[in-house]
Design a protein around this ligand. Structure first.
Ligand code: NAP
Ligand code: NAD
Length: 322
C-alpha cells in the first residue's frame, strides 16, 4: 500500500508528510531511540514542542538516522512550537534560536505558536501551565501580534521555513490575517470523532491553511496525564472499543486506530499519532492506502460531541489567576 502522502504548505510551497509522529509525553530518555526507530519504520514528520522537554533528544535520534545514511536532512520534516511563557517578542526570538540549536538540524521546517495564551516566564520553571510548577497561573499581557511578528522575523531569517498556529479558533485567525505578512501555513488542533470541528476545517481550507489534527484517538492520550490536569477522558467511552469504529475496522480489514487516522487523513488533515510500541508505530503510519466510503466518513463524523480534552478553560479556572 502507498505509505506516504504529502500536502503543500502555503508559506514555502514545501511538502509536508500527511502522517507524522507526535512527541508529547515521550520521556527525554526514550526520545532519541523512539525517534530513530520511527524513522526506520518510515516516519519522516516529527511533531515536537518546547513544552515537551525532549527536543534535544529527538534531534539526536534524527541525527543518528542521518549519520547512518537512512535519511537526509531534507527528507525529514520537523515541527516544533513556541511555549506560552515565551510570547514576548525578544524572548520568542531567543528561545526559538535555542530550540533550533537543540534539534541540531540547521533549521526548523514548521514553527507554531502552541496556544494563543501568554504566561509569565519563570526561569526556574519555563514549561507547563503553572508559574510555580504546581497550580499558580500567571498571565502575561502580550498581544498575539507581538508573537506572530516574532515568528515572521524567524521566517525572514530562514531559521524556520514555515510558521503557523495551534489551538486557535477562526476568529483569532481572521484577526491575525489583518496584519500577517507571512502566510499562516498550518493550524494544529485537537481533532477526533468526538470533536469534529467541521466549520473551522472548512474555514482553513478556504484560507489555504493546512490543518493538523492531534489526539486522533480522543480520550486515550489524556488517561495518562497526572490528576493535576483535570480532563473528561476517564468518563468518555474509548474510541478503540466503539461499535461503529470496530465495525468499519472489520469491514476494511484494518485496525481501529487505522480507521480513526484514515478518517482524519481523508478529511484532508495531517495526523501525528504517538506510540511507544513498534507494531503500533508501523500500523499508525500505514493509513493512506485504503479508503473509507463517503457515508462511512459521515457516520464517524456523527459521533461529534464538541468534546475538548485539551482545554485551557478546564486547566485554568479554579486556580489562583493573577
Ligand atoms: P495520540 O497520538 O492521539 O494517541 C496516543 C495514544 O494512543 C497513546 O496512549 C498510545 O499508546 C495510543 N496509541 C497510539 N497508537 C495506537 C494504536 N495504533 N492503537 C491503539 N492505541 C494507540 O495522542 P496525542 O499524543 O495526544 O496526540 C498526538 C500528537 O499531537 C502529540 O504527540 C503532539 O505531538 C500533538 N499534540 C499537540 C497538541 C497541541 O496543543 N498542539 C496537543 C496534543 C497533542 P502507546 O504509546 O502505548 O501505543
Ligand atoms: P494520541 O491520540 O496520539 O494518543 C496517545 C496515546 O495513545 C498514548 O497513550 C499511546 O500509548 C496510545 N496509543 C497509541 N497507539 C495506540 C494503539 N495502536 N492502540 C492503543 N493505544 C495506542 O495523543 P496525543 O499524544 O495527545 O497526540 C499526538 C501528538 O499530538 C502529540 O504527541 C503531540 O505531538 C501533538 N499534540 C499537540 C498538542 C498541541 O497543543 N499542539 C496537544 C496535544 C498533542
Amino acid at each position: 500500500s502507498n505509505k506516504t502522502a504529502f500536502l503543500t504548505l502555503a508559506g514555502s510551497g514545501q511538502k509536508i508528510p500527511q502522517v507524522g509522529f507526535g512527541l508529547w509525553k515521550v520521556a527525554p530518555d526514550a526520545a532519541a531511540n523512539l525517534t530513530y526507530e520511527a524513522i526506520k519504520s518510515g516516519y519522516r514528520l516529527f511533531d515536537g514542542a518546547y513544552d515537551y522537554g525532549n527536543e534535544r533528544e529527538a534531534g539526536e535520534g534524527i541525527h543518528r538516522a542521518i549519520s547512518e545514511g537512512i535519511v537526509k536532512r531534507e527528507d525529514v520534516f520537523v515541527t516544533t512550537k513556541l511555549w506560552n511563557t515565551c510570547h514576548e517578542k525578544k524572548r520568542a526570538l531567543k528561545v526559538a534560536k535555542q530550540q533550533v540549536e537543540e534539534w541540531g538540524l540547521g533549521y526548523i521546517d514548521l514553527y507554531l505558536i502552541h496556544f494563543p495564551i501568554a504566561l509569565e516566564y519563570n526561569p526556574e520553571c519555563a514549561r507547563g501551565w503553572y508559574y510555580d510548577g504546581e497550580s499558580q497561573v500567571r498571565l502575561e499581557k502580550i498581544p498575539m501580534r507581538d508573537t506572530w511578528e516574532a515568528l515572521e522575523e524567524l521566517h525572514d531569517s530562514g531559521l524556520v521555513k514555515n510558521i503557523g498556529l495551534s489551538n486557535t479558533n477562526s476568529q483569532l485567525i481572521l484577526d491575525i490575517l489583518t496584519y500577517a505578512r507571512v502566510p499562516i501555513s498550518m493550524l494544529q488542533i485537537e481533532h477526533h470523532p468526538y470533536l469534529v470541528q467541521p466549520n473551522l476545517i472548512d474555514f482553513c481550507k478556504d484560507q489555504g491553511i493546512l490543518v493538523t489534527g492531534y489526539s486522533s484517538f480522543g480520550p486515550q492520550s489524556f488517561l495518562e496525564l497526572p490528576d493535576s490536569f483535570p480532563t473528561k477522558a476517564a468518563q468518555t467511552p474509548s474510541l478503540f472499543d466503539h461499535p461503529l469504529i470496530n465495525k468499519l475496522a472489520k469491514k476494511h480489514g484494518k485496525s481501529t486506530s487505522q480507521v480513526l487516522l484514515r478518517w482524519a487523513t481523508q478529511r484532508g488533515l495531517c495526523v501525528i499519532p504517538k506510540s511507544g510500541r513498534k507494531e503500533r508505530m508501523a500500523e499508525n503510519l500505514d493509513v493512506v492506502g485504503f479508503d473509507l466510503e463517503e457515508n462511512e466518513l459521515k457516520d464517524i463524523a456523527a459521533l461529534d460531541m464538541g468534546l475538548h480534552f485539551n482545554d485551557p478553560g478546564v486547566y485554568l479556572p479554579g486556580k489562583p489567576l493573577r
